[in-house]
Design a protein around this ligand. Structure first.
Ligand code: NAD
Length: 416
């Protein structure tokens, strides 16, 4: 049953369980279970071949009690309103769990950027901002890149916003290119934050990271960077990786850089010399120490979680595990570092980018990573502590911390 829920229903179910565990009443749950504002837009534009195409876009602004809302923009053919709402809820809990002074939001456009030219991508980016400019701003809601959007797209969006408001406003968007006020370390930040969490989790369970066997599903920004970091900084052995076209396996280890080169060359990791091809289903059942879902949502389910054979799952992707999958993993004593803790490095460094943008004074990478490590390690340890207090999994521990902070801010404002 729960396997048929859409991502927003899953996020509501997780929230409901957390409210129940903490003893909050139904009205508190109701006050947290819907976005403050949800905007749906239509963009019609001329394509390079002179044909007209109409795209549907969304912005979900979930909760602003703790500060301006913050959330990425996804461009994907399977984007839905339910997914955008779910992701905006998770952004709210993510910022609160990391204790940075931001609320949560998310946006998206249903499109296939892989089939579009640079000019078409630019027109789409600028149109999205024109339609939503009244609802965005450094003190209102601040977008960032997510699946299939990148720093160049953020640059066009920032430029469009600044053209509309007729002044510089770099903190309206994060994940910008460095020459336009991006932060050092932003492109690695999600993976770096995830690796700090993995380090803490390994300590918790007494796992030596040297030689630890790692499997990664999804080899884009988050997945490929975490492979490089785990290989270079912790001497882990990457034994399998995958992307949308399939996966590769080598029991003796895959070089993270060679896999990235292969993906650049062939648009997929598949075909890398010295590796054996495996499917995206098989990759979840490989025996390993650390499994990193770094692609899309709902991939660890009732169906496959019983066969997962690892010690730690580090959820770099948003929403990779269904509630039924979660229950099985908890029973099987697998330590799951929940998405909105594990992948919080991206938004933490985005927050640093906003701060640097306000002051027009920029930090070096060492300063960014020192501050990131302190914030995410503190968040990780408070989640462990909370989960122990409530005898729950870490996802519930993270929810309890986040919702307590959001409710407190809402109460202080007089909203509750
Ligand atoms: P990306 O677009 O750079 O990479 C996505 C990767 O997933 C690609 O390699 C793609 O081929 C692969 N993929 C797509 N469908 C797949 C499938 N069915 N099976 C296997 N692989 C598949 O995106 P990203 O920025 O790396 O984001 C990945 C996940 O991490 C998303 O859930 C995103 O929301 C989450 N995340 C990313 C950031 C960030 O800063 N990049 C921050 C927080 C969360």
């Amino acid at each position: 049953m729960t396997e048929n829920l859409d991502p927003f229903e899953i996020s509501q179910m997780q929230l409901y369980n957390a409210c129940k565990l903490r003893g909050y009443d139904g009205e508190i749950y109701n006050s947290l279970s819907q976005p403050e504002r949800f905007v749906e837009i239509k963009i019609t534009m001329k394509m390079d071949d002179n044909s007209l195409k109409t795209f549907k876009g969304f912005r979900s602004q979930y909760n602003s009690a703790r500060g301006p809302m913050k959330g990425g923009i996804r461009w994907h053919p399977d984007e839905t309103a339910a997914l955008v709402k779910a992701l905006s809820a998770w952004m709210t809990w993510k910022c609160a769990c990391a204790d940075i002074p931001l609320g949560g939001s998310k946006g998206g456009i249903i499109c296939n950027p892989k089939e579009m030219s640079n000019r078409e991508l630019e027109t789409l980016a600028r149109s999205y901002i024109r339609k939503l400019a009244d609802f965005l701003g450094p003190n209102i809601d601040v977008p960032a890149p997510d699946v299939y959007t990148n720093p160049q797209i953020m640059a066009w969006m920032m430029d469009e916003y600044e053209t509309i408001v007729r002044k510089h406003a770099p903190s309206v968007i994060t994940g910008k290119p460095l020459p336009l006020g991006g932060s050092a370390g932003r492109s690695i930040a999600t993976a770096k934050g995830g690796s700090y969490c993995i380090r803490e989790a390994a300590r918790n369970i007494g796992l030596d990271l040297k030689g630890a066997r790692v499997v990664i599903q999804g080899y884009g920004n988050a997945g490929s960077w975490v492979a490089k970091i785990l290989q270079d900084d912790y001497n882990c052995k990457i034994i399998a990786v995958s992307d949308s076209k399939g996966g590769i396996y080598n029991n003796n280890g895959i070089d993270a850089y060679a896999a990235k080169e292969q993906k650049k060359r062939a648009s997929t990791v598949v075909g890398l010399k010295g590796t054996q091809e495996i499917t995206n289903e098989e990759i979840f059942e490989l025996e390993c120490d650390i499994l990193v879902p770094a692609a899309l949502e709902n991939v660890i389910t009732r169906k496959n979680s019983q066969n997962i054979n690892c010690k730690i799952i580090a959820e770099l992707a948003n929403g990779p595990t269904t509630p039924a999958g979660d229950e099985i993993l908890f029973k099987n004593d697998i330590l799951v570092i929940p998405d909105f803790l594990c992948n919080a490095g991206g938004v933490i460094v985005s927050y640093f980018e906003m701060v640097q943008g306000y002051y027009q004074y920029f930090w070096n990478e060492a300063k960014v990573f020192t501050a990131l490590k302190r914030i995410i390690t503190q968040a990780y340890n408070s989640v462990v502590h909370k989960a122990k207090e409530y005898n729950s999994n870490y996802r519930m521990g993270a929810y309890l911390i986040a919702i307590e902070r959001v409710i407190n801010a809402m109460k202080l404002r007089g909203w509750l």
